[in-house]
Design a protein around this ligand. Structure first.
Ligand SMILES: NC(=O)c1ccc[n+]([C@@H]2O[C@H](COP(=O)([O-])OP(=O)(O)OC[C@H]3O[C@@H](n4cnc5c(N)ncnc54)[C@H](O)[C@@H]3O)[C@@H](O)[C@H]2O)c1
Length: 261
């Protein structure tokens, strides 16, 4: 499917992992893709790989926690491709933080700057271009199932939950200007963030109803759908893509209660 012909997309955090998978999928669907990442060298390699496949692609080094950086990056993408139709807020991840009782204010700020404020900066910079898009602007944010059930990491989860509210509020506010805002909430996905935890992905995979952890392509498929016209009547939603992990509380309850009829 090439549902994103003639569209320009910025994907943050696209140098690695899920973001890279999203950039590859959007490019395969015909979009011109800007690989926006704090890791400029790796971003350059991803953009070169996309270009080698025949896509229009560019790398833009940018730290989403810096409003100036983000404005400069979005400006350079618009200069290069002539507009902007799709923003994917994916950059992020869990900071290495102490236990809840030992967290200080600075820890909360560091996580919030990356997870919530980073997306705000990107939307602020992209919005005039998304409103001007002749295709209709689309924002897809990568949240987490941690926002929907207590899977751990309190600050990360709380700020991911904030992204859901941000998505709903902006969806309501900008619907009449043709911009849709949706959020994909991944379950556990095998990326480098799990590399220093040997055996964990396999152990988690055994708890997932559909029998495995996710791949970047699983998340990318959902993002591409929400960014495409196939989702033209969908805005403000949270779409879990988790192999059914959110069903586990119900499965445990059913097993304990015998309420399976
Ligand atoms: N891997 C999982 O199990 C999982 C589960 C749920 C949600 N997520 C979410 O998916 C997204 C991607 O995670 P991943 O697992 O691919 O991680 P990753 O570390 O492989 O990729 C994150 C990317 O973001 C970039 N980045 C980090 N800080 C940045 C900043 N300040 N500015 C710009 N770019 C920055 C990194 O350089 C990297 O390319 C994150 O938002 C994460 O919270 C991941």
């Amino acid at each position: 499917m090439r549902r994103l012909e003639e569209r320009v997309a910025v994907v943050t955090g696209a140098a690695h992992g899920i973001g890279r998978g999203i950039a590859e999928r959007l490019a395969a669907e015909g979009a011109a893709v800007a690989v926006a990442d704090i890791d400029g060298e790796a971003g350059e390699r991803v953009a070169q790989g996309l270009a080698a496949q025949g896509a229009r692609a560019v790398a833009v080094a940018c730290d989403v926690t810096s409003r100036e950086d983000v404005e400069r990056a979005v400006g350079s993408v618009v200069d290069r491709f002539g507009g902007l139709d799709v923003l994917v807020n994916n950059a992020g991840g869990g900071r290495s933080l102490p236990e809840f009782e030992d967290l200080d204010t600075e820890d909360w700020h560091r996580q919030g700057d990356l997870t919530l404020l980073g997306a705000v900066h990107c939307v602020r910079a992209a919005l005039p271009h998304l409103i001007a898009s002749r295709h209709g602007g689309r924002v897809v944010t990568v949240g987490s199932i941690n926002a929907l059930a207590p899977f751990g990491s309190v600050p990360y989860s709380a700020y991911k939950a904030g992204l859901i509210s941000l998505t709903q509020n902006l969806a309501a506010r900008y619907a009449d200007r043709g911009v849709r805002f949706n959020l994909v909430a991944p379950g556990t996905v095998g990326t480098r963030v799990w590399e220093d935890k040997p055996g964990r992905l396999e152990a988690i995979g055994r708890t997932v109803p559909l029998g495995r952890v996710g791949r970047p392509g699983d998340i990318a498929a959902a993002v591409a759908f929400l960014a495409s016209d196939d989702a033209e009547w969908i805005t403000g939603v949270t779409l879990p893509v988790d192999g059914g992990a959110l069903l586990n509380a119900g499965r445990l309850f059913t097993a304990a209660s015998g309420h399976d009829t």
